[in-house]
Design a protein around this ligand. Sequence first.
Ligand code: PMP
Length: 379
Amino acid sequence: MSAYWNSRVRKLDPYTPGEQPRDRKFIKLNTNENPYPPPPGVIAAIQEAAGEGLRLYPDPDCLLPRMAIAEQYGVRPGQVFAGNGSDEVLAFAFAAFFGKGAGGDDDAVLPLLFPDITYSFYPVYAGLWDIPFKTIPLTENFTIAPDNYRVDSGGVIFPNPNAPTGIALKAKEILPVAEYQGRNNRVVIVDEAYGAFAGSGPLPGRGFLGAESLVPYTDRYPNMLTVHTLSKTASLAGLRAGFAIGSEPLIEGLCRVRDSFNSYPVDRLAQAGIAAAMAGTPYYAETARKLIATRERIAPLLRKEGFETLPSAANFIFIRHPEKTGAELFAALRERGILVRHWDKGRIADFLRVSIGTDAEMNEFLNAARQITGNKKWK
Ligand code: PMP
């Protein structure tokens, strides 16, 4: 605490990102980065943008990347908003659509709804913007029960697949939530950060759209916003690029917040990278399929060693072992040079979230896990 902080900052409980080690070389399975590099065309486009044009501000409307996204995703450019990573897009969306006055009623006070176990940035944004919220417990099987979100509220947000469980709902299960909330002009945000890893991977010729994406329903549900990132499927976590797709009024709401904050959150390199990434989708579909194949190979091997694995539709798996605490597993893996993610809280304290790496990285992880829990070597 510092006397220099105003009451808003004193009350904040900021998000803690996964460790980005500087000193030692780890097998990094802790922040859901893609282990495969971006394709050469994307790197070349970013390098080309790193020229004398940097003298000039970037296009505040982000038109070229938005057009490239719109074409891949089968929507209009006016239905696309681009930002500095999907975290920023989410922060703007919380500011634009939730909290006091949600649904166009200045006296509205109903809470925003999201799961008790979900992306831990959501309560942080709610804290930042003073948004009352209510968490809805996941079922015993760690799934989201969509019916729980068909109640009067100040809006709804959850990821699909959910994080950190990795469990996905079908698009058809979520639509009734959008329908219900739409009757009161409440906004439903579905964070599709990991959507491309559901089913058998992205649909050919349709960007990074996974099998359960809600993007095809954008025209039908003007109160529904989907949020997307280039950090996972597009191997561009270091570029900071994300976007949202929704009706024009929702996109305009996001622009109003952005233009009250920073007119140029997407720099020239990121704009070039986004546009080029949209041209590289066959490569990305292939790497997503590789990651899905690795995930499906690893999960049964872990179960053979006594781990419980939740059914993942994402580029990570959420696992626990009956004889070790999450903290013990985390520390023992770290000692062996493997970083994973662990949250020491409530129902998930004994779980680890393990990002899917290359096959070689996952073999090393399996060996370490086996040493820690059984002292044997994987065949
Ligand atoms: N949503 C979810 C569910 C995530 O797990 C993440 C990654 N931490 C993000 C959004 C943010 O991704 P980025 O800001 O890299 O686009």
